[in-house]
Design a protein around this ligand. Structure first.
Ligand code: SAM
Length: 199
């Protein structure tokens, strides 16, 4: 029997924008790119590379979005303080992912976040983050994805998957030039032309 996919879309839920703090252009290009790709693929609405600029990352993300579709904003160089201030001024909430936070599995932190039904700025670090990130002036919630230190990419993926309840994995991105057709053994890709003429 065919696998029944959920039909409700994650865009019925509040929006998530990911803020990456602490990017080091000499060391972190690949990992920061992966954090941004993960954010996009798992239906976050945008990405802020705070405090530094790295045009290579912007170029990669814009190119992926152009080819594979969807709407995804990319901003860089904004100070994290301004990004947080602006987000809160628009009545959004801030969630900091940290191994030291409230455990997403063993606490009710996710249901408290979702109950607010507000857009969420998710902060992920790289190197040790400023102590202020833990305070209520910055973060409304400190959330841990298990209480072992691991990776910003893994933490973000699990947070997004739990927030969107898995529905983001069934999403079809609009305005795509290419789409992958899931297959047991082949690499199948359809072009924009083929589904416009042969839906
Ligand atoms: N040495 C750093 C520290 O003490 O803050 C560890 C940074 S870790 C390599 C990079 C980022 O991954 C963290 O800032 C956090 O956002 C995320 N992260 C790592 N483990 C996590 C976990 N268990 N739960 C949530 N986020 C985590």
């Amino acid at each position: 029997m065919a696998n029944s996919q959920p039909t409700q879309k994650p865009n019925d839920l509040p929006k998530i924008v990911v803020l990456r703090w602490g990017h080091r252009p000499q060391r972190d290009v690949r990992l920061t790119t992966h954090v941004a790709l993960t954010a996009r693929a798992l239906c976050a609405s945008g990405f802020i590379l705070s405090d530094v600029e790295d045009p290579k990352i912007e170029e990669t993300i814009m190119k992926v979005t152009k080819n594979w579709g969807g709407t995804f904003s990319f901003e860089m160089g904004t100070s994290w303080k301004k990004a947080v201030r602006d987000w809160k001024a628009k009545d959004g909430i801030v969630t900091h992912l940290t191994a030291y936070g409230e455990n997403i599995q063993t606490s009710d932190v996710l249901s408290r976040i979702k109950k607010l039904n507000k857009d969420v700025l998710v902060i992920v670090g790289s190197q040790k983050v400023p102590g202020e990130f833990y305070s209520s002036d910055v973060s409304d919630f400190n959330v841990s994805i298990g209480n072992q230190p691991h990776s910003e990419c893994a933490a973000l993926a699990i947070f997004l998957d739990r927030f969107f309840e898995g529905k983001e994995l069934a999403e079809t991105f609009d305005k795509a030039k290419m789409r992958i057709v899931p297959s047991m053994r082949e690499k199948k890709v359809k072009s924009e032309w083929s589904w416009a003429n042969n839906p």
